[in-house]
Design a protein around this ligand. Sequence first.
Ligand SMILES: [Mg+2]
Length: 288
Amino acid sequence: MDFPLLVFTDLDGTLLDHQSYSFQGAAETLQRLQHHAIPLILTSSKTRVELEALQEKLRLHAPFIAENGGGLFIPRDYDLTATDLLETAGDYYTMVFGRPYSSIREVFETLRPRYSIKGFGDMALAEIIALTGLPEEDVERARQRDFSEPFIFLAEPRLEKLQEEAGAHGLQVVRGGRFFHLLGAGQDKGLAVAATTRLFQASCPRKITTVGLGDAANDLPMLRAVDIPVLVQKPDGSFEETRLAGVRCSPFPGSRGWGAAMTAILDEWLPQLGLGHSGGPEMTENTL
Ligand SMILES: [Mg+2]
């Protein structure tokens, strides 16, 4: 199989709108990627089960990276040649970069009383629904964890001390939108993206060009690991701060910004790749 372009994307606030979780503003561009068989690799802090549900919604059948670079999941029927040395788990070939959830929970339970922290594993379904505002079925998916534990502080956060103690166990604490996360030290989206790129490159006769799109601090390692990094605007019009060379900034926030930035990249790259300018018969108007 021939993959001239490989696209990695964050979800919340990037491909999905911050408030509504809609990808409407990117729908035409997604069709165009599909038309040219350009792989789109979801690269998110979401769990495997959450990403499976989203892939179905987006009509994607591709590898994906779950839980902040914790693991790469490649459908076993996906057309890659260099998968024979990988582990298998259910319907997937996997590459694991994170620590197993059970071992993270073990450490979490020793830290819990001293730092007044409460994790997903300690919460009833209703409590997580109240904290996230997500529907029950989404919370059920978010609770099926492989590589990281989201948590809250019940008292004044002693983050520095906790970070230090987590480090002594080979773990780290990462701050997310609603929760803090306890996960394996050294694990990030960039490491997983680099390994995924190597895997695709081993199956592809020509040099692959990689694109990465993200909006927040945990996306920066991913943006450093790709050829064309794109920062998507936040809802208040600002951008995550970075000195990354050659970074492109989307003209709008969320899915509309994703669509516009990715359209510009396709317009620039498809003719060079001999794939033509048009996105096929479904592309009747230009969104830019
Ligand atoms: Mg995000």
